[in-house]
Each structure stands twice: as structure tokens, then as C-alpha cells.
Design a protein around this ligand. Sequence first.
Ligand code: FAD
Length: 382
Amino acid sequence: MRAVVVGGGIGGLVTALALRRVGVEVRVFEQAAVVGTAGAGIQLAPNATRILASLGLLGSVRQVAVAPTSFEFRRWDDGRLLSATPLGPAVLSAYGAPYLHVHRGDLVALLAGAVPVEAGARCVDVSPDGEVVLADGRRERADLVVGADGIHSVVRRSILGAADARFTGHVAYRGLIPADRVAGLPVARTATVRMGPGRHCVHYFVSSGRLLNVVCVVEESRWTRESWTDVGDPLEVRAAFAGWDPVVSALAGALSAPLKWALFDREPIPRWSKDAVTLLGDACHPMLPYGAQGAAQAIEDAFVLAACVADSSDVPAALARYEALRHDRTARVQDLSRGNATRFHLPDGPAQQARDTAIASTNGLSADLDWLYGFDPLTGRA
Ligand SMILES: Cc1cc2nc3c(=O)[nH]c(=O)nc-3n(C[C@H](O)[C@H](O)[C@H](O)COP(=O)(O)OP(=O)(O)OC[C@H]3O[C@@H](n4cnc5c(N)ncnc54)[C@H](O)[C@@H]3O)c2cc1C
């Protein structure tokens, strides 16, 4: 079988590796001239690292990753700890795989070293029978075409029609701060979410601990284009977090050239395949980053797709099974992420107090996480 994967992000590259392991000949077309240097921090929960381990990639991922000790929620004004979920040995023993933080660029570079990628190859159209049209006029035909081309997917538009992604009213200012510049601050090797009225701040270390990934999310009514490279105004970030715990003010102040990332999403869709063509990752189920599962769900998709293709050489039948195995799971994680958009930004008051009480009661590694981290994507069981 010959396959074309459109998009050389995390989803596309893991798909290519997984398909090659089951004997499929794969080509990857990536629009960027240079593969995957952009981006900042990505969280890889054990449901993703277990799959990376099965593909023989976990050892090299660990070399560029940071293993956080815990996942913390803190209050916005005084930094008070609301809950801490252990993520180190506890996660390893509960779920058989580690929780890791990586720089997206490090992970993409590592994956691209394991599978050939044709860079500077922008797809402009795909037909359901498996013909891929590139911007330079080339036409390539494959038995299977996988659209792993992100939230504004051209492959999705080609097989399902045009529908714009929705601006969520949230904008993230992001940056990577060298670890020595935050050495005086009480920021540990944790995944920390600091929640406050209408805003939140997330930070964790990446790149073997050399860089602190900081994401400051605010609500804005204005529509902004979705881009990974727009630069925001550092004064706006500082002003937005004025009056917060001094640690947050210091982190916001250290973002000297923050990247401004307007957050978009889409509703779950019932089907995302047509004949020889399917979608994967953000192309079919984009989600807000508030469940830290965007990359993980794309990795699960890749694993399941390869298993379905290995089981059946009838491509439409394999794609129908892939969709059936992935639909409810990804819709549930999309829902979790969207729900956190409201939960994280509650104004101080009764609803916030109820949230904080609920969070405190799940202190520790709770079985509530089994559905997410202990999930077997082939059986659908935790
Ligand atoms: C540049 C970039 C930076 C990111 N940085 C972060 C981050 O810091 N933190 C975070 O949580 N998430 C980040 N994300 C999103 C995160 O990577 C995804 O949510 C998650 O990994 C799922 O990935 P995906 O492979 O489905 O899609 P994506 O990661 O969006 O990858 C899609 C790939 O397809 C390529 N592509 C798009 N259109 C075409 C086309 N027409 N022809 C060929 N190739 C095409 C894109 O260039 C990209 O490489 C980033 C995404 C991108 C594209």
C-alpha cells in the first residue's frame, strides 16, 4: 500500500512512522521550507508516551524532555497551592509510561530524523480517490491520503467543504525564558496552572530544563488571525497580569517578545473520511490547549490508524474502523479542554470556591484520570 501524509507536524510524522512499521510505503509533504522549528512547549501525558515507547521513540524523546514532578493548580493573587498531582514515579507505576514536557521543535526534529519528509511541498487540493495536488503543480496518487495538516486543513476543506475554525475569545502570549533568568523565582519542575478571573498562566520547563515555557492566556473580544509567529506587545501582557502573585508578574515581565497566539477550535464532527482520504489530529478534532492533549490525541490517532490499515487492505473499511475507534474519545477530550476554558477563568466567588474545593479533593493521583491516561486506544478501555 502507498500512502501520502499531508503535514509534517507531530501527528503527520508519528503517522508516517507507524504506517511504515506495518509495511506501508509513505511520503510526507510539509508546506514549511524547514520542518518544525516553530512552537514552544508541548505536554506528553502517559497515553502518548506509551505509544511513543511502542514505536521505539521514547528513549530519544526522553533525551530532550523534562519529566515534571507534579501537576499543580495555584491561585492567582497569592500563589497559594490548591492541589498537586504527582507525575513522576507515581504516573510511571500507575500507567506504565512517563509524563513528559518537550519543546515542539525538539520533538518534530527528532521525528523528522526518523522518517523522510519532503519540505516546501504545500498541498492545495485532494480528491477522494487519492490524488494530491501540490502548489508547484505536481500531482501524486496514493492508495491512502492522510490529512495531518492542522486546524486550517486543506485536506479537510477538499473532502468536507469549507468551514472556518471558530475564534474562542482567548489569546495566549507565549515565550521561552532561559532557565538562568528565572533561577531566583520559586518555579519548580512542575506543570503549573495559575488560575484567576478572566486569565490564567501556565509554566513548565522544556529542552532538558534549559528553557521555561510560559503561556499567559487572556480573554479578548477582538478577532485575531490564528498564527504561530505573530509577536504580541509585552506591555499588554504585563498590564494584564498586574496585581497577580509576584511570580506571575515576574514571568509575564520576562516575556520580552511574546508570541501572540489567538486560540481557535471547532465542534466535533461525525465523520472525517471519504473513500481513500482521512484526517488526523488538529485537522479533524482541534482542541483548546487546556487539557494538554492536542499532541497526545494526534499520536493516539496515528497509532490507531496504522493498526486499522494493518488489519484490512480495504482502505475505506479501515478508515471507517479508525473513525469509529477515535470519534467519541477525541470528542470527549475536546469537551474537557473547552470546559477548562471556563473553569480556569472563574471570577472569585461561589463558583470559584466550589471549583477550588473540588480540585483540592482530587489532590494526589486520582482514578479520575484513568479514562484519560490509562486509555487503550485499540479496545477503548482504560
Ligand atoms: C508551527 C506550530 C507551532 C505550534 N506550537 C505549539 C505550542 O507551542 N504549544 C502547543 O500546545 N501546541 C502547538 N502547536 C499545535 C500542536 O502542535 C498541535 O495541536 C498538536 O501537536 C497536533 O498536531 P497536528 O500534527 O495535528 O497539527 P499541527 O501541529 O498543526 O501540524 C500540521 C502540519 O501541517 C503542515 N501543513 C499545514 N497545511 C499544509 C498544507 N496545505 N500542505 C502541507 N503541509 C501543511 C503545517 O505546516 C504543520 O507542520 C503548534 C502547531 C504548529 C503548526
